[in-house]
Design a protein around this ligand. Sequence first.
Ligand code: GUN
Ligand code: ZN
Length: 444
Amino acid sequence: MTSSPPANAAPTTARLFLGQLLSYVADPFTTPPEQAAQWERRGGIVVRGGRITATGNAETLRAAHPRAEVIDLGEALLSAGFVDAHVHYPQTGIIASWGKRLIDWLESYTFPEEARFGDPGHAGRIAALYLDLAQGAGITTMCSYGTIHPESVEAFFTEAEARGLRAAAGRTCMDRNAPDSLRDTARAAHDESAALIARWHGRGRLSYAITPRFAPTSSPEQMEALGALWAAHPGCLMQTHLSEQTEELAWVAELFPKARDYLDVYEGFGLLGPGAVMGHAIHLTARERARLAESGAAVAHCPTSNTFIGSGLCDVAGLRAGGVRLGLGTDTGGGSSFSMLRTMASAYEVAQLRGVALHPAQLWWLATVGGAQALRMEAHVGNLSPGMEADIVAIDLASTPAIAQRAARARTIWEALFPTIMMGDDRAIAAVVVGGERWTFPTS
Ligand code: GUN
Ligand code: ZN
């Protein structure tokens, strides 16, 4: 990956990024998708001091900003950077581990790897590696789990801050049903999370996500302590897993016999509300769906993980129709990819298996605006409009011969984009701009 030019050369100079432009003026799940999106054949984005100040037609913007530094990305499609609403950066090294379902997969692959993150050197190396891979895939905002070690969160935030990313993360809390070396207590979970909140939450572009791993690995005391912590810091996110695999549901019902359902377990401990981000959410009752929408919680749909670990087919269209905030998650390393393009492709395939064809404008929205909404960051990132932070991804719509030959037949932008959604990988990521001030050309 090459970097160019030096960051912050002259922060008040306007920059004008040129290319095709894709942004959203409405929600493509409630407005016809092609009306919800806005496409400019030859467009531009004016950036000053890290924020977008104008978007529109390239020539109009050039005339209005004659002294702006021009970064012409040619035929590339400029979009808001991707938002990954659910990822486990510590699982980078065990992605694509064979042959297990959720509980066995956690015990065989995940826990042994996570046990290494008390070592700040290991945590720092994997955080840097993960963030390079994510940025190379066009992801400019992510919400990551750490491990139970505060060092894992320190390492992640340190690396994210150095890159200028808007990112969230939290110390993963577990005080039962995990190996000795990965178990904490209700008190340690509360106090160590609180110390990380004090140090990192709201620092620059970083925010904290209170992180009980999932109901089976937290005692009632721990969930209560984390519910109290969230009540004391309502500006934090709260991330956990919900209704991913049928075996897990049965286990939760055994552990919490008084709860009405899985979601009710979290609600009972104050772990449901605006800013809650529920990973997976596949096997839901009608009550849970309604409650997710009413409570203002969000779902992170993780389709590559749900197929890879064999979890099931999340009802994206139904959740959106019910008014649930919804973004996409790679769920690396339960998910089988670092790529949001691959994640969109998987979301398309999963929806097809449920009898729904998601429009490319809906898939792209889920990977940008939807993710930002899920993380309550939609005022800052996820779209290209004046006032938003200038996180931009430039997409090459002809990045391989296979994609190029299909895109050459396209009659609309959606036909041109869909082959990249379905077949694209990091070769399609022509440039990644973070905060308008630093950019990389991953493929050059
Ligand atoms: N449920 C609890 N922990 C995890 C995890 O690390 N990955 C996935 N996919 N599901 C989980
Ligand atoms: Zn997960």
